[in-house]
Design a protein around this ligand. Structure first.
Ligand code: ZN
Ligand code: ZN
Length: 183
């Protein structure tokens, strides 16, 4: 019987130490949860009273305050809200003005080649098939012309740089039709 009592007497300091460690751990956890709640609410609201309320709940109701905070906090962070508003704005603008001139921002029709307001070149005509194509496209999607036809035609007329034997021919064609160049 005494042996058992001795055993518990010896065990007491160890139990005390264990209790202290667990207590310290819980206090640390509680402090960390308060810090987390503070950071979380600052990301979700810039209203001071809302921030104070959220931190007080987690501070005054240790641990049980966290689920309450999770239920009551604003569902979106401020960054998410801002992103959503930007998206809405873009969507609205897209619907309102489908086509605007990239230079002067005035409305244009989708098939315009040149802006009628500021004369910016919006599109070009394919040199081979004469259809309207995007300025950034390197190849015509309608006829497969990659621009070499047009370039060749331009180089014929601007400055002949072709093999010597063809020069007289194209020089003659330039002489015959000096006004063909471009479109
Ligand atoms: Zn314009
Ligand atoms: Zn073409």
């Amino acid at each position: 019987m005494e042996a058992i009592q001795d055993f518990f007497t010896n065990l007491r300091p160890i139990l005390n130490l264990l209790a202290t460690i667990i207590g310290a751990y819980l206090v640390l956890l509680w402090a960390a949860s308060v810090l987390w709640a503070y950071r979380d609410i600052r990301m979700r609201s810039d209203n001071i009273s809302v921030q104070v309320l959220a931190v007080s709940i987690v501070l005054l109701i240790p641990f049980a305050g966290i689920p309450i905070h999770l239920i009551l906090r604003p569902p979106q962070t401020l960054a998410e809200k801002y992103e959503r508003s930007l998206e809405d704005e873009y969507l609205r603008r897209d619907l309102e003005e489908k086509f605007v001139c990239p230079s002067c921002q005035r409305p244009i029709e989708h098939d315009f080649i040149i802006c009628p307001h500021c004369h910016t070149e919006l599109r070009r005509r394919c040199q081979a098939c004469n259809r309207v194509v995007d300025l950034t496209w390197t190849i015509c999607p309608y006829c497969g012309d990659d621009g070499t036809t047009g370039l060749l035609r331009q180089s014929y007329l601007r400055q002949p740089q072709l093999p010597r034997e063809t020069q007289p021919v194209e020089a003659a064609s330039v002489a015959r039709s000096p006004q063909i160049r471009g479109s």
